[in-house]
Design a protein around this ligand. Structure first.
Ligand code: IPE
Ligand code: IPE
Ligand code: MG
Length: 257
């Protein structure tokens, strides 16, 4: 695989922790704990091969409806993960980012997150973006609210002047390019409210592995499938060479190079 064909931004729906645990005769929460090892492997691989952005779906707005004990255990694991990774992130020049309705997270998680976001803000080799308490629909509502505020301030006057970029620029992390590759594990074929706006032209790869079994080798297989895809962005060009020739302006907010 040619490094030229690596995606710039990979987004992952880390699914199947519970089913992995049950298959091993363990409690669901043990699957979540094991999932942290897969996170470490994928982050390390991204850093090693030079992927610039990685977004991980860790907790959805809908996941708040799970049994309170599971939600509480997950929050404890997020805290543990954040606290254990600071040194590693700094050493490897990894900038932590977070998207979602973070105000719903327990205070301890918010504080730890804020500490890590600040401490790693200068890092620039990999942006690791955690989607926490995240919903794609909520994110679009958030952008719509910002637009209404700007209308009230008189910054936007003509409704016909509103463009796709006016929405894209008001999403949670507008500087992060759209994902080139979206991976979902555990053989589920659905989007589950993840990055609804940003995945308009992402390539989707489904892995049969449960998230706790997802390792560097499975990740590389997904990247190979991606490298073989012909991205056309609605155009007629049918070679990856020609799709790479499209400038980022021509393909909207997406990154074709
Ligand atoms: C993904 O694993 C982790 C979260 C959604 C927090 P699941 O907990 O959804 O595992 P399954 O899908 O029930 O196996
Ligand atoms: C999606 O997985 C959310 C995360 C991976 C954080 P879910 O397990 O919550 O999604 P559904 O319920 O199977 O669609
Ligand atoms: Mg699931």
């Amino acid at each position: 695989m040619n490094q030229h064909n690596f995606p710039r931004h990979v987004a992952i729906i880390m699914d199947g922790n519970g089913r992995w645990a049950i298959s091993q005769g363990k409690q669901r929460i043990e699957g979540h704990a094991q999932g942290a090892h897969s996170v470490r492997q994928v982050v390390e691989t991204c850093r090693k091969i030079g992927i610039r952005y990685l977004t991980l779906y860790a907790f959805s707005t809908e996941n708040w409806e799970r049994p309170p004990a599971e939600v509480e255990a997950l929050m404890g694991l997020f805290l543990k993960y954040l606290e254990s990774e600071q040194e590693n992130f700094l050493k490897n020049d990894i900038r932590l980012r977070a998207v979602g309705d973070l105000s719903r997270l327990p205070e301890a998680v918010q504080l730890s997150l804020k500490g890590m976001l600040d401490a790693t803000a200068h890092c620039s080799s990999l942006d690791l973006c955690l989607a926490l308490s995240y919903g794609g629909r909520s994110e679009i509502v958030h952008a719509a609210k910002q637009i209404v505020r700007d209308v009230q301030k008189g910054l936007i006057q003509d409704p016909d002047s509103i463009s796709e970029n006016d929405i894209a620029s008001r999403l949670y992390a507008p500087d992060i390019p759209d994902p080139d590759l979206l991976i979902r594990t555990s053989n589920e074929v659905r989007v589950s409210n993840f990055l609804l706006w940003q995945i308009a032209y992402s390539e989707i790869v489904i892995s049969e592995k449960f998230w706790p079994e997802f390792d560097e080798s499975e990740f590389m297989k997904c990247l190979e499938v991606y490298a073989g895809r012909d991205r056309r962005f609605g155009r007629t060009q049918n070679t990856s060479e020609s799709s790479r020739e499209l400038s980022s302006d021509e393909v909207g907010h997406s990154s074709a190079s």
